[in-house]
Design a protein around this ligand. Structure first.
Ligand code: PLP
Length: 378
């Protein structure tokens, strides 16, 4: 059977990884500044993470959500403690898209409304339709039965004020837009939409799938604005490579049996991975490291004249290049063995492990100095 060919692939096959480093099948070593789309939060194969998974495999790896699972409670406890959202409730699922589906559905259930405000360049996942095609009124929210999404420009309070009213079920916004090219909502915009959303009786959904889990230097990127969301969605860095997602749900939202559900969500292995990630983030002060290395990188990147703009917070950074330097990302990979990400048209995205060291961070700066100098001379 052939694979369904939807991914443009680099001709590199990683076969081993540790910390910020990968090795390919030919034994070549690469610095990973992308973490497979911001997934590697505590570093590849962190020993505490590996031990936690191995220990759990020795006990039990799976049973359904029809039995008590105290691993989920432990994970919820630790997540509440580290994130500051300890009064919210946790629903566990398997991916970012699933987390967002559940959040939108919850907002629709709570408000009885179907309309959603989202933002231009946003990315929230790739699912649709499964609930709408399910014949069970108890689990289909008005949103699932037909919805309207209004896309607004980010950081435009006037456009927001025109669109928000008491027909809106939810406003969904990323803590920092990732796929959209590292676009940062301003603190003033966050505060404004939090207040207006509440006044309209709508729910605020913060998609922290990419920007969360300490990446921005705060546990969630929106927390720098001092706001609280009704629903926060999680995935990616939550499991450091083990698939796990979640929704943090405001304490006023009351569950009913069967309201949300999933087969795999919250399984023992996922919880063991999730718990190990939080323990390492706490023990190794990774949020502080993300802020320190992130600030250092931003400062240094801003000093390269050929970089047009640098955006981001902590270790979620994007920098724009002129068209003449469009090949830089490939050069970083094939000449310097450094993995980075991209956003169209010419933004390089940096989403390394939160445990990256300054020495590792300097390797990027050295490679850029070589490449950008060459580009200027040419
Ligand atoms: N939300 C954001 C902000 C994302 O960046 C992504 C994936 O890139 C998703 C949701 C979807 O997550 P997943 O691919 O785990 O479904």
């Amino acid at each position: 059977m052939k694979l369904f060919d939807v991914y443009p692939l680099f001709p590199i096959e990683p076969v081993k990884a540790t910390g910020s480093w990968l090795w390919d099948s030919e034994g070549k070593k690469y610095l990973d500044l992308y973490g497979g789309h911001a997934v590697i939060s505590i570093g590849h194969n962190h020993p505490h993470f590996v031990d936690a998974l191995k220990n759990q495999l020795d006990k039990i790896s799976f049973y359904s959500n029809s039995v008590k699972n105290s691993m989920q409670e432990k994970l919820a406890e630790k997540l509440g403690q580290l994130s500051g959202y300890n009064n919210h409730q946790l629903f566990l699922c398997n991916s970012g898209a699933e987390a967002n589906e559940n959040a939108l559905k919850l907002a629709s259930f709570v408000t009885g409304r179907k309309k959603i405000i989202a933002f231009k360049k946003a990315f929230h996942g790739r699912t649709s339709g499964a609930v709408a095609a399910t014949d069970n009124p108890k689990i289909v929210a008005p949103f699932n039965a037909g919805h309207e999404i209004i896309f607004l420009p980010l950081n435009d309070t006037a456009a927001f004020d025109q669109a928000i009213d008491n027909t809106i079920a939810a406003v969904i916004i990323e803590g920092i837009q990732g796929v959209g090219g590292i676009q940062v909502p301003s603190t003033a915009f966050f505060k404004h939409i939090a207040q207006k959303t509440k006044q309209a009786g709508a729910l605020l959904i913060l998609d922290e799938v990419q920007s969360g889990y300490g990446r921005s230097g705060k546990f969630f990127a929106h927390q720098r604005a001092g706001i609280e969301a009704d629903l926060v969605t999680l995935a990616k860095g939550m499991g450091n490579g083990f698939p796990i997602g979640g929704v943090l749900i405001h304490p006023d939202i009351k569950p009913w049996s069967g309201m949300l559900g999933t087969t795999f969500g919250g399984n023992y292995l996922a919880c063991a991975a999730g718990l190990a990630v939080l323990e390492v983030i706490e023990k190794e002060n990774l949020m502080t490291n993300a802020a320190t290395i992130g600030n250092y990188w931003m400062e240094q990147l801003n000093s390269y004249p050929s970089i047009l703009e640098v955006r981001g917070q902590g270790l979620m950074i994007g920098f724009d290049l002129p068209e003449s330097l469009a090949a830089l990302r490939k050069d970083l990979l094939f000449k310097h063995h450094i993995f980075t990400g991209e956003a169209k048209p010419n933004t390089v995205r940096l989403l390394p492990s939160l445990a990256i060291t300054k020495t590792e961070a300097d390797l990027l700066l050295e490679a850029l100095a070589t490449e950008l100098k060459q580009a200027v001379v040419l």
